[in-house]
Design a protein around this ligand. Sequence first.
Ligand code: ZN
Length: 510
Amino acid sequence: MNKVAVYVRVSTAEQAETGYSLGTQLKACRKRAVMLGAVQIEEFVDDGYSGEFIDRPALTQLRKMLSNDEVSAVIVYDPDRLARNLAHQLLITEEIEQAGAQLVFVSVSFEQSPEGKLFYSIRGAVSAYEKEKIKERSLRGKIGKASQGKIIADAKPFGYTFNKEISNYEINESEATIIRQMYNWLVTEKNGTATICKRLNEMGIPSPRKKKPWIVSAVYRLLTNPIYQGTHVAMRYRYQKVGLNKRVKTLRPETEWITIPVPPIVKPTLWQNAQNQLKENKSKSKRNLKHEQLLSGLVYCGKCGRKMTITYSGNKDQPKSYYVCISQRSNSTLYSEQERCPARRIPTELLDQTVYEHLYQLSTHPRLIKQYLLTRQNPVNTKNLYTSLERLTENKERLEKQQTMVLRWYRQQMIVEAEAERQLKEISDRIIDLEKNMAKVNEEITRISPPLSQTEILTVITKHFGQNDHSYEAKRSALQAVIKKVIAERKDTSWAKASRPEIEIELKFI
Ligand SMILES: [Zn+2]
């Protein structure tokens, strides 16, 4: 606080009264100035002037000083010393604040008084109204400028330089050459955006992002922006302020758009062909890859737990796709070299087929679902139980065969009745024993069985996989309905071309 202004006023009528005397006001204001740490106090005194009028000698001087000097605060006893009517109060308050000074009322109760509350709420409303006016005025200005064919704001489109004098773009020849090249690759050589991106990077052509490499989305934007055929669209987006620092961009209705002609970089026919080619590429790649992505979005890396995305290799006519740990995506800037996971990529076709067939199997053999789920929940224990159950079953089958054999021997009189009876008794005792054991094992299996979800999963799997529709759509929707996650890892270490990958899969059901 260096320079502080004090304003006091008293009207002729008030001079007779006490309480509002100049002396009282000055004393209170000076005290406040000192409290604010003022180094220099400038006093403005209107003695015998009504607050109805703004034209008062000391006030005029104060306003003049505000526009010339640096004043850190203006101290007034209370608002009606400044002005008697609201419009004037608003005006002077505005001037003081625009001068960068703080307006201080000594009667601290003002802000809390009914008048004070009214004053500030009106002031708030007025300034909001002013802001709207300014916005509206500047919008009208923008529309007017755009209607005259002038660029409102330089969006720095690649291929152009902004010429301030004519408010329009001029072609930047070196960048324009790159753009023409891109359109030709797309239309004449029928390259896809990914290929174009790759070619640009391989040729070391500088991207719009200066030192960073080209990215596919940027290539796509350049190939779809109508500016290159000579039309720039203004008033296309509306920007709205949300919260303190955020602005939201929304598309305006097409009727509000204003087209501004700019020098074209490619011929309109070439631009149109490019749009058609992009559409064709899109549907073609969808057709080609339809059957390779049954599980897209569901696969997670068995090594590190991150998501696996799809990557392509091979040529255009025979594209091959793979699920690959997201940390390995070459254009991913999220993961540094050390963070990349060493998991091998898995051919999508192989994983899709394996998972689908596995579920199809489960749906036809409910017993397998139970076994599968148990194995997942209590792997070691359950595995042992099932192994012993299998062994017991095999033994029982062997004993039953023996039973039949003994009976045959007896019928063919190879053994005597007593001997047959003895043997059959022994066998059936052993079978009873085995059955007791099997019951025990089954009991144990039931005991460690997962809760209810098992039957639910069984119902869902049977419902979705028990049908005979094996179309892509049916498969995809069945998988989506049943599976939450597929955790997969390629286990073999062979890199020979013909070797069949070994994959380990864990399914998480919905
Ligand atoms: Zn991984």
